[in-house]
Design a protein around this ligand. Structure first.
Ligand SMILES: Cc1cc2nc3c(=O)[nH]c(=O)nc-3n(C[C@H](O)[C@H](O)[C@H](O)COP(=O)(O)O)c2cc1C
Length: 306
């Protein structure tokens, strides 16, 4: 009998499917993914200050996926950490819970982690994907060589036993190089990829960009080949495990991402088009593929395309 359970950074998952950060905005609402049977749920990125988000519309469907510019709408550290504590208390054990953190400042990242560690989520994911992140001196952190590693280094000093994932942007010259420096500074795993772009869609009648913030990150099937290439490159560069995501909709996409090197699989935008039932469909189809191909555990084919 084929088996989808696995261990990632020493944490047990009942299946490899993860809800990526930001697909659901309100913390209590993430229970919808747990009810759908995901192996893990990543909560919406939490920032130090409360953020109202960008002007509407924040989300736009185009024929190969989505553009979004939510602007990290969230409750901020005080209210947000209370909501996260409640969520963890209520759902611990039903699914693995990953808390995503974002800051534009190194010191704030440390405060956020210190606030979250006592809540004991299974993982902390650092959203290192914003071009506007800077250190005390105003230098970019997330997307330049030397920057992402710096965040990981300070966070690992205060994260205790909770494994830390570095979530990387594809919008860089060499994502593998950034993964390598995160590994060198102690990251326990890599999440990849965040949205591609930014992109733009224009209303040809109004002759204006559609998204409120004009530009938005692109997700969904249109970015899948980029995601696969990024995961492939990261797998070649590091030994720590990878949570792969970007445009995954069907079981064939899941297999492709695993062959590229991912051990866990994020499925986000597909929940907008197919609903939360996508997770159970993928589980059923993946098991069928494994049975047909004599694969007992999915870990047998991680990185097999190399
Ligand atoms: C509406 C929306 C909001 C998002 N918000 C976040 C976020 O807060 N933090 C983050 O790390 N990624 C965020 N992302 C990126 C996703 O977590 C994921 O990396 C990306 O969408 C690629 O996966 P997908 O094609 O399966 O959606 C967001 C994506 C979407 C579509």
């Amino acid at each position: 009998m084929a088996d989808l359970s696995l261990e990632f950074c020493g944490v047990k998952f009942k299946n490899p499917f993860i809800l990526p950060s930001g697909i659901i905005t309100e913390i209590p609402e993430h229970k919808r993914a747990i009810e759908a049977g995901v192996g893990g749920v990543t909560l919406k990125s939490l920032t130090f200050e409360k953020r109202e988000g960008n002007p509407l519309p924040r989300l736009w469907k185009y024929e190969h996926g989505l553009l979004n510019s939510v602007g990290l709408r969230n409750a901020g550290i005080e209210k947000g950490s209370r909501e996260i504590a409640e969520f963890i208390n209520e759902h611990k054990g039903k699914s693995v819970i990953l808390v995503s953190l974002f800051s534009t400042r190194l010191k704030e990242f440390v405060v956020l982690v210190e606030k979250i560690v006592p809540l004991k989520p299974e993982f902390i994911e650092l959203n290192l994907s914003c071009p506007n992140t800077e250190d005390e001196l105003g230098r970019s952190l997330g997307m330049e060589k030397g920057g992402a590693g710096k965040v990981v280094k300070v966070v690992k000093k205060v994260s205790g036993k909770i494994p830390v994932l570095a979530k990387l942007s594809p919008n860089v010259t060499d994502i593998a190089d950034i993964a390598k420096e995160c590994e060198a500074e102690g990251a326990d795993g890599i999440s990849a990829i965040n949205t591609v772009g930014p992109g733009m869609v224009i209303d040809i009648e109004k002759r204006k960009p559609i998204i409120g913030a004009k530009k938005g990150g692109v997700s969904g099937p249109g970015i899948r080949p980029i995601a696969v290439r990024c995961v492939y490159d990261i797998f070649e560069a590091v030994k720590i495990p990878i949570l792969g995501m970007g445009g995954i909709e069907k079981w064939q996409d899941v297999v492709e991402m695993i062959l590229a090197g991912a051990s866990l699989i994020g499925v986000g935008t597909a929940t907008y088009t197919k609903g939360m039932k996508v997770y159970q469909e993928l589980e059923k189809d993946l098991l069928e593929y494994m049975e047909k191909n004599g694969i007992k555990n999915i870990s047998e084919i991680v990185g097999a395309a190399h």
